[in-house]
Write a protein that binds this ligand. Structure first.
Ligand SMILES: Nc1nc2c(ncn2[C@@H]2O[C@H](COP(=O)(O)OP(=O)(O)OP(=O)(O)O)[C@@H](O)[C@H]2O)c(=O)[nH]1
Ligand SMILES: [Mg+2]
Length: 301
């Protein structure tokens, strides 16, 4: 893929935090765009393109007012459209329930899609004990789904639960978001032994039914554990059993053997539909010595 072909976009406070952390893991392969009303979201990234939606004129936020964010976005779109236009794959990260993410993400996805990009959105859904935020999220979600080729819903509750187990911070994605994006970007950006490309991804995503993306990482000594972790992703309401299409990439170090590869893919594929179409890729890279990573796009759910 060409340079600049993959763009990671954070929208709103949580989305910007997730994006920065994710981008730091694959910064040589993707560009980063941060969009928020709160200027502090841009403070820790030197490499990012930034779009400041200064809704209240106080550089702080949109106070959970999606319409205000949507309005501000229209004024700033001209500045970022060249970035959207030259990207082949745009990955949006946002958490719904506030103003900026809920107000701006759908329009951004629509623009990227119109420009010919493949659009993936990873969308955090608020905690159940925040009814007002849940209502805002529910209103915003359908348009984001409609404008994305693939929309992955992440339950903040499950992400927070996973973060506690990993002793990490859900606001920074509990590492899980970073692993997902890194896996996806390295899968698509580098030429591996058996290269998967955007056409394969489109083939899988274009199947009727829902689709989702999962990731698991672990030690080469425990291939089955990697699959178990992939199945425990903090996604809302997913059950991959009966999936009809699947794109799998297994990545490991130069120490990865065919037997590792078989163990991981067989353990994973056995839970899908018997007739599931499986596209398999594998790659070894020096940075992955002693580790295995499984990234899968599962569709036809
Ligand atoms: N429990 C909890 N949830 C939070 C917290 N921060 C964010 N969230 C959740 O994450 C969602 C999105 O938050 P942000 O990314 O900050 O929202 P935003 O898009 O920047 O929206 P504005 O700040 O209103 O412009 C919210 O709806 C909440 O559900 C927090 O500190 N605690
Ligand atoms: Mg905010």
């Amino acid at each position: 893929m060409e340079q600049g072909a993959i763009l990671i976009v954070g929208v709103g406070g949580i989305g910007c935090g997730w994006s920065e952390r994710a981008h730091a893991r694959c910064s040589e392969l993707a560009e980063l765009l941060l969009i928020d009303a709160d200027e502090s979201s841009f403070s820790s990234s030197q490499e990012a393109h930034c779009l400041h939606l200064d809704a209240m004129g106080d550089a702080r936020g949109t106070a959970a007012l999606p319409n205000l964010a949507a309005h501000r976005l229209m004024e700033g779109l001209g500045n970022i459209s060249p970035l959207l236009t030259r990207s082949e794959l745009v990955v949006f990260l946002t958490a719904l329930g506030g103003g900026t993410g809920s107000g701006a993400a759908a329009e951004l996805a629509a623009r990227a899609r119109e420009a010919g990009s493949l659009v993936l959105s990873i969308v955090g859904l608020p905690f159940a004990e925040q009814p007002l935020r849940c209502a805002i999220a529910e209103r915003a979600l359908p348009a984001i789904e409609r404008n994305s080729h693939l929309c992955i819903r992440v339950s903040l509750e499950r992400l927070a639960w996973q973060a506690r187990h990993r002793d990490s911070d859900w606001k920074l994605g509990s590492e899980w978001i970073g692993e997902l994006i890194e896996g996806l970007v390295t899968t698509l950006a580098k030429v591996g032994k058996m290269n998967l490309d955007l056409m394969d991804l489109r083939t899988v995503i274009d199947r009727p039914g829902n689709a989702t993306l999962i990731v698991g990482t672990g030690s080469t000594d425990d291939p089955i554990g990697v699959v178990g972790m992939a199945k425990n992703s903090p996604l809302s309401e997913i059950d991959v059993e009966g999936a009809k299409g699947c794109l799998i990439q297994v990545e490991g170090g130069p120490d990865m053997t065919l037997s590792h590869l078989n163990l991981v893919t067989e353990a994973f594929v056995s839970s899908l539909d018997e007739d599931c179409q499986v596209i398999l890729g594998a790659r070894a890279s020096d940075g992955m010595v002693g580790k295995l990573r499984l990234v899968a796009v599962v569709s036809g759910l």
